[in-house]
Design a binder for this molecule. Structure first.
Ligand SMILES: Cc1ncc(COP(=O)(O)O)c(C=O)c1O
Length: 386
């Protein structure tokens, strides 16, 4: 009999969220309004930044950051190849070039010691990705950005709770984009938030996120009397709306309790896997707070009879949902065809691309679920041992 599948991820949605959504639907005001503003305010307080702008995704936050930074045709943006396509698609949408730098094997974050050699007159920004919730080496990134006059746009899709040397991610670089996609540490189904401490850019980002017009609907239809909007710049339709925010205002209150449960699960996984020959664990640095968005193991395929994909397939067949974060982007057809990236260019990213497996990690998991994952992974690896 096939065992019931433990999903790779399940969102934790409580009664509060359900009630809030119903209240929003019944209120008749569904688009961007008071609930979005409340979520933005609560989020900014949590991060400790001046401005948080609610958006429909992290991707749009990254895109708007590039737009206001003036990244355009012929420019270059330095980033990591171990990421989701959203990170680089937005660079390409600006007709700029994603310039990859290899990753560190212990964290899968961009290797900051290799960034400077990639900086030239066309470089406009550094776009670090805090992989799995482990902050990148922000001291080096900020000092390189200052030295070469570059903008720092952080992809914090995984890094909501992360801190670097005691400073919250979201209050360090020029712009930071967070994700509330269905599998993220907190969720609004789809959604994102962009943070910045810069007043001038915050206004511009807000305007750009809603068509480029001067007044949003909440202001136009308010009690202050009729108000015309004015088109100030050609903007985008990237705004968060109150149905999403109805989830967000409750999810954000639970962010640290969700993290505490994930930390317990991580500890159980680490204890079970640290002495397993076929597994290499990532090594977090000291002096950071990890958001533990993903639990990634590196399978030493040299010690096995089969490839990582066979291991993945067998774990899933035995009833555990698994995922891969990520296969290096430079080897995707688009990058090979349009930017001439080739195998051999980023050895660490390539090695890890063929070996990483992400295991389920979410607060809804019971201790029995965690034990089942551990037994299944060890059982599969044992069966494929050389
Ligand atoms: C590293 C990374 N960046 C960006 C994104 C895009 O997030 P969103 O779906 O909110 O646009 C994701 C989504 O999974 C991601 O993993």
């Amino acid at each position: 009999m096939t065992p019931e599948l433990l999903p790779f991820h399940q969102a934790s949605i409580g009664e509060e969220e359900v009630k809030e959504i119903i209240q929003t639907l019944n209120s008749g005001w569904l688009t961007t309004g008071q609930k979005t503003r409340l979520f933005e305010k609560t989020f900014a307080d949590y991060i400790g930044c001046k401005h948080a702008i609610g958006l429909n995704s992290c991707t749009s936050g990254l895109h708007l950051s590039l737009v206001v930074s003036g990244v355009s045709s012929g420019d270059e943006v330095i980033t990591s190849p171990i990421t989701f396509p959203a990170t680089t698609n937005v660079i390409v949408h600006q007709n700029a070039k994603p310039v990859f730098v290899d990753v560190e094997p212990e964290t899968l974050n961009i290797n900051c010691s290799e960034i400077e050699s990639k900086i030239n007159d066309s470089t406009k920004a550094i776009l670090p990705v805090h992989f799995a919730g482990h902050p990148c080496d922000m001291d080096t990134i900020i000092s390189l950005a200052q030295k070469h006059n570059l903008t720092v746009i952080e992809d914090a899709a995984h890094a909501l709770e992360s801190k670097y040397h005691g400073n919250k991610i979201g209050a360090i670089g020029n712009f930071t984009a967070f994700s509330f996609y269905a599998t993220k540490n907190i969720t609004t189904g789809e959604g994102g938030m962009l943070t910045t401490n810069d007043d001038h850019y915050a206004d511009k980002l807000r305007i750009l996120s809603l068509h480029g017009i001067s007044k949003n609907a909440w202001k136009r239809y308010g009690k202050e009397g009729f108000q015309h909007w004015e088109l100030l710049m050609p903007g985008y339709k990237y705004n968060m709306f109150d149905v999403q925010a109805s989830l967000g205002i409750h999810q954000i209150k639970k962010v640290e309790s969700f993290l505490n449960r994930r930390v317990q699960i991580v500890k159980k996984y680490n204890d079970a896997f640290e002495k397993t020959e076929e597994i290499q664990l990532l090594k977090p640095e000291s002096n950071i707070k990890h958001a533990h968005h993903l639990y990634v193991i590196v399978i030493k395929t040299e010690n096995l009879k089969v490839s990582r994909d066979k291991v993945l397939n067998e774990i899933q067949k035995r009833g555990i949902g698994v995922a891969v974060h990520f296969r290096s982007l430079h080897l995707q057809p688009f990058f090979k065809q349009h930017f001439n990236y080739k195998k051999g260019m980023f050895p660490q990213a390539e090695y890890l691309s063929d070996r990483v497996i992400s295991l389920p990690l979410y607060p809804k998991m019971t201790d029995e679920d965690v034990s089942r994952v551990i037994e299944t992974v060890l059982g599969v690896l044992h069966s494929f041992r050389q």
